[in-house]
Design a protein around this ligand. Structure first.
Ligand code: EQ3
Length: 323
């Protein structure tokens, strides 16, 4: 039996439940641009009381420095216009530059703007802004999420801002190859133990990822293998996966807890593992409940891995078998 990405995507699909994250983002998308910016400010400063991101290192801020300097020198009205352009993904020079930033540089850019807003050097909300009832609805929806889900909503809104540069020729902005490393806050977890799992490719994957050793992680995949991040399409091929990992998987602490493994008729195996992942942005203070769904080929290589955000902590223990 030939393994296909499409059939791999449906492994353990009966254990997936709808997540509140896309629903909250859909509510956010319906807000007008000023309401979106105001929502983010209230959500961030409100949630900031319990979850505050770590300051990005100087190297990462350097990548966003030229835009930040331009914005600092602007009038409040001009600053508001830049933020409206970013939120509406307008085609302007600043919005294009932002569109070329990596995910972590986008987050660092907004982190710094937020700091400048707190100091009164950048205007947080347009002059004369009146909040619409829709903002309250999205804030209430956000409050129902756990912290891991809240930071996922924040991250996705930031990532989706700026002009869509995916169809444009690559710019001179540094991306994955020069992505600054995150300082690991906790000691590297070297010996991985997952209740119910002994599959070497899976244990090796977690070990390599926890050491930011992406070459070792990639070596465990088949050349046509795929990785499907939460709420995204699969990234196919080892080159594309390596680029993605260097940009987005630096400094993550992966703490898988338990799993199940099923051998299929052709000798391939499907595994579902649940556990907690910490991002270097929030360190040990925020844990995200997630599941990994692996399809391992008969030769022991990873053909597919999907990463799903779990809807609730109870799901960590829901490892129901497929019929
Ligand atoms: C200034 C302010 C507040 C107001 C203004 O109006 C608008 C904005 C945008 C503002 C600023 C907002 C800011 C500063 C937001 C910052 C948000 C941050 C730092 C969010 C970070 C979130 C990180 C997350 C959710 C990371 C999740 C990572 C996961 C689940 C990783 C999973 C993976 C695993 C487990 C693998 O095995 C493979 C790789 C992969 C990465 C998929």
């Amino acid at each position: 039996m030939t393994l296909t990405i499409q059939s791999a995507q449906s492994i353990f699909s009966n254990t997936q439940v709808p997540s509140l994250i896309p629903a909250t983002i859909a509510l956010f998308d319906q807000l007008n641009v000023d309401d979106q910016l105001a929502y983010l400010w209230y959500a961030y400063t409100e949630m900031g009381k319990t979850i505050t991101p770590a300051a990005p290192g100087a190297a990462r801020l350097q990548l966003a420095e030229s835009l930040l300097t331009q914005i600092k020198l602007m009038s409040p009205e001009e600053q508001t216009k830049v933020m409206r352009d970013l939120a509406s993904r307008a085609d302007t020079p600043i919005s294009r530059s932002y569109g070329f930033f990596s995910v972590n540089t986008k987050l660092a850019f907004w982190y710094e703007l937020g700091e400048l807003m707190k100091k009164g050097l950048v205007t947080p909300i347009p002059v004369g802004y009146q909040m619409s009832p829709g903002v309250k609805v999205v804030l209430e929806a956000t409050q129902k999420l756990d912290q891991g889900q809240q930071i996922t909503v924040l991250r996705n809104t930031v990532v989706n801002m700026g002009f869509d540069t995916s169809e444009l020729a690559p710019s001179s902005y540094p991306k994955s190859d020069s992505e600054p490393a995150f300082q690991r806050t906790t000691p590297t977890i070297s010996s991985v133990k997952i209740e119910g799992i002994t599959e070497p490719a899976v244990l090796g994957y977690i070990e390599a990822m926890n050491a930011d050793n992406f070459d070792a992680a990639i070596a465990l995949f088949t050349p046509d293998g795929a990785l499907q991040p939460p709420f995204q399409k699969p990234i196919i091929g080892t080159q594309a996966i390596a680029k993605y990992m260097r940009e987005e998987a630096q400094g993550l602490n992966m703490m898988p807890q338990q799993g199940i493994c099923e051998v299929r008729g052709d000798g391939s195996k499907q595994l579902k593992i649940t556990g907690v992942v910490q991002t270097p942005w929030f360190g040990v203070t925020v844990g995200m409940n997630i599941a990994w769904r692996f399809l391992i080929n008969p030769e022991g290589k990873i053909f597919f891995v999907a990463i799903d955000m779990l809807a609730s902590p109870q799901e960590l223990l829901q490892l129901t078998r497929v019929q």
